[in-house]
Write a protein that binds this ligand. Structure first.
Ligand code: GLV
Ligand code: GLV
Length: 324
């Protein structure tokens, strides 16, 4: 059919092929970079569907200009880059890619926990720089996991998967959640739902897995960081602005906490001054879902959502079902 789809970055071919079986025009941003806001504004006119990245800002103005648009399929589980209210008011469906990236993102949280607690990145730099002169009894000592306390901020799908991975180390699990108690975690891990202050005070490892909204902006700031143990580690694979990044730089600089592992940043891709100079932080470039299998599944999921909407069917992953 004469559907016209625009894809804002090259993604795994599987999703694109799926789209091409149904849509006449499937155009992909040819550049190895995000489009600027004005370039994107120019591209959205006349499109029936957009397949967007979390790095694209889809605001009310852009939605207003997209007169033919029926669906915005975000290639991410988070969708704080899209003005959902503006989309809903125009009857445009917004979809995301939940579930398929849960395990990869939970693995990434653990990759950061291990690399910060066992100092693998510091060790790598040390070794490459020719400083390794042989085994030493006090070289780069880190922290153990066994029977320590893991705090999960936001025990949704991803937070639950992070917690379940702690079984190998017999960890005590604390969690916070904005929704109902997580009975699965309570039953399988004897996890305890606590308030944020208790979680921060008692945890040896804290993993942020909450979604981003105005309510979770700077959920972890100066006051919260000062509640944490000086031996504790913090990792964030959710959204950067859940942490007040300037306050985190201060806390790391003053050794208020032992270390942090970040996959996301407050002003991505920018880093707050001082962050990159610290040795007690591991910095990853937003790789939570970055595995071949997961990115392939995400491309198929986004394509299926688009095809459903263009065929007047309900997509599986609408985040604004109020448009129906
Ligand atoms: C990644 O951050 C996502 O939301 O999928
Ligand atoms: C993300 O999708 C979550 O629910 O944790």
């Amino acid at each position: 059919m004469s559907f016209n789809v625009y894809v804002t970055r090259e993604i795994p071919e599987e999703g694109i092929s799926r789209l091409r079986t149904v849509c006449d025009t499937v155009e992909i941003n040819p550049h190895p970079r995000s489009l600027t806001y004005d370039e994107l504004l120019n591209e959205v006119k006349c499109r029936d569907a957009l397949l967007t990245m979390l790095s694209d800002t889809i605001d009310a103005n852009l939605i207003h200009e997209a007169k033919e648009l029926k669906i915005i399929a975000n290639y991410a589980v988070g969708y704080d880059n899209i003005d959902i209210e503006a989309a809903s008011s125009r009857g445009i469906v917004v979809t995301n890619t939940p579930g398929v990236l849960t395990d990869s993102t939970a693995d990434m949280a653990w990759a950061l926990l291990f690399s910060i607690a066992r100092r693998t990145v510091e060790g790598d730099t040390f070794t490459r720089n020719g400083k390794f002169r042989g085994w030493e009894p006090l070289l780069l000592l880190g922290g153990d996991f066994r029977e320590k306390t893991l705090g999960i901020i936001g025990a949704g799908r991803i937070g639950t998967a992070v917690a379940l991975r702690s079984r190998g180390w017999d960890m005590k699990v604390l969690y916070t959640t904005r929704s109902n108690r997580n009975s699965m975690l309570e039953e399988t891990l004897n996890a305890k739902r606590v308030d944020l202050q208790t979680l921060l005070r008692e945890s040896d490892f804290v993993s942020i897995n909450t979604r981003f909204s105005e309510e979770t902006r700077h959920l972890i700031g100066f006051r919260e960081l000062s509640k944490m143990k000086p031996t504790a580690y913090l990792v964030n694979t959710a959204r950067g602005a859940v942490i007040d990044e300037a306050a985190l730089v201060e806390a790391l600089l003053n050794k208020q906490i032992a270390g942090a592992g970040l996959d996301v940043y407050e002003e991505e891709p920018g880093l707050k001054p001082g962050l990159a100079e610290l040795s007690n932080v591991v910095l990853a470039p937003h790789l939570g879902s970055a595995t071949i299998e997961t990115r392939t599944k995400m491309s198929l999921m986004a394509a299926k959502n688009i095809i459903a909407v263009l065929n007047n069917r309900r997509p599986e992953n609408a985040v604004n079902p109020e448009v129906y």
